[in-house]
Design a binder for this molecule. Structure first.
Ligand code: CTP
Length: 403
């Protein structure tokens, strides 16, 4: 599980453990996360905003009003809603009894609690307080209430406390907090423990050592599916025909192939152990019956290339499928729904993704696509034109709910 590209909002409240928060920011930034920090007034007594701004590479937010030397007349405030919506995760560290109680009861008297109430992302809190405070029934009530809202507690550890007392209340160490966050996110991803095979791009069918028959598929749809599936926790193998694209996630296993026959062989190598298989490649339907050993010289005015059918990879997987959820693509220009339905049946699929070339914003090369999903029980779900990343999410969400 990687925090690469995630937006993490760190809320720091006023406890001595606040002095450890720059280390947490460093660890999150090292993981590739974007970090923004909100501090309460009390937190500033324990660690400086300058330190946190430096390590997070972002201005630290402390209040609604942005203080400016010129005392500008114009509206100059931090928008708590905008910041709450920016966050993929909120981490309140250290979480004092005071702030936890405010969060539990909806008290909204500072910037951090306003952001907390405006957020709809997962919230984690790492309590830190002295022994008797930690076990006070009112604090236990706050823990329970917050957990009943779906907030996740990163439990305090046992050890020597700032007061000199020994017991529970010591904030988890920075490394433990970041590990906890990563493990918890991973354990909740909808495609965790799922093995997925995705094909993408065109295939090139060689005519001679320098020429081939190909198509204009860019591979963008298949790569977007692979990337989004990996973000949702799947273990992804991507079989890609020739494209210039590279998967952005290092967790995607990439198998590059050139021809339909190679794609067929590699797909069959992996198929048995897969849970979900999506064939979005634009596989050539025909290939030259023979590949010339040497470059073909131009001679006659006309020439013929004899073509033979390639193996239909999708149909062959459909014929041997056991528990795999098998998804195909159909690119149609007329009688779209009927043609797609008959492909779904003929190739024994669970779902077919229909692209119509009659739809604007759909098809090869574009950054957008417009799809209609047709399930094996004939349920038809159309979607609007969207960027391919969002189309990928729609397709994967459908699979998550139906596989
Ligand atoms: N496909 C495949 N192997 C092939 C041809 C197609 O696996 N040799 C897969 C594609 O990856 C896609 C689906 O089959 O998921 C639909 O491909 P398409 O070319 O639209 O359909 P065909 O069955 O080839 O029918 P037609 O060309 O007549 O529309």
């Amino acid at each position: 599980m990687s925090l690469q590209g995630k937006n993490i909002l760190l809320g720091i409240t006023g406890g001595i453990a606040a002095y450890k928060t720059p280390f947490i920011v460093r660890l999150l930034v090292k993981e590739g996360a974007h970090v923004r920090v909100i501090m309460t007034e009390a937190a500033k007594d324990f660690v400086t905003p300058l330190t946190l701004a430096t390590v997070s590479k972002n201005e630290v937010l402390t209040s609604f009003i942005i203080e400016s030397k010129e005392k500008l007349q114009k509206l100059n405030w931090n928008n708590h809603v905008e910041i709450a919506k920016w966050a993929d995760y909120i981490l309140i560290v250290p979480a004092t009894a005071n702030t936890l109680s405010k969060m539990a009861f909806g008290t909204c008297d500072n910037f951090l609690t306003a952001v907390y109430l405006s957020a709809d992302c997962p919230v984690y809190f790492a309590p830190a307080m002295d022994l008797d405070m930690y076990r006070h029934p009112s604090v236990s009530e706050s823990f329970k209430k917050l957990e009943s809202f779906g907030n996740v507690m990163i439990p305090a550890g046992y050890g020597e406390l700032a007061s000199g007392l020994v017991g529970q209340g010591r904030m988890a160490e920075p490394e433990e907090i970041v590990e906890f966050l990563k493990n918890d996110i991973q354990s909740k991803l909808p495609l965790r423990n799922k093995k997925m095979l995705i094909t993408a791009g065109p295939t090139y069918e060689a005519i001679d050592p320098v020429r081939f028959i190909g198509n204009h598929s860019s591979g963008k749809m298949g790569y977007a599916l692979a990337e989004q599936a990996a973000l949702l926790g799947a273990e992804v193998t991507l079989i890609s025909g020739p494209t210039h694209l590279k998967p952005s996630s290092s967790s995607i296993k990439l198998e590059r192939v050139t021809s339909a026959q190679e794609m067929y062989e590699v797909a069959h190598q992996y198929f048995e152990n897969m849970d979900i298989v999506i064939m979005s490649a634009a596989v050539a339907d025909y290939c030259p019956s023979e590949i010339a050993d040497q470059k073909i010289k131009k001679k006659a005015q006309e020439m013929q290339i004899n073509l033979v059918k390639t193996k239909d990879i999708l149909a062959s997987l459909g014929s041997i499928k056991k528990n795999q959820f098998l998804v195909g693509f159909a690119l149609e220009t007329e009688n779209e729904i009927e043609n797609a339905k008959s492909k779904l049946k003929k190739k024994n699929l669970d779902l077919i993704v229909l692209n119509s070339l009659r739809d604007e914003g759909a098809g090869f090369q574009a950054d957008t696509n417009k799809v209609t999903l047709i399930s094996k029980d004939n349920k038809i779900t159309p979607f609007a034109v969207k960027p391919k990343e969002e189309v990928a999410i729609d397709i994967l969400e459908y699979i998550i709910n139906h596989a």
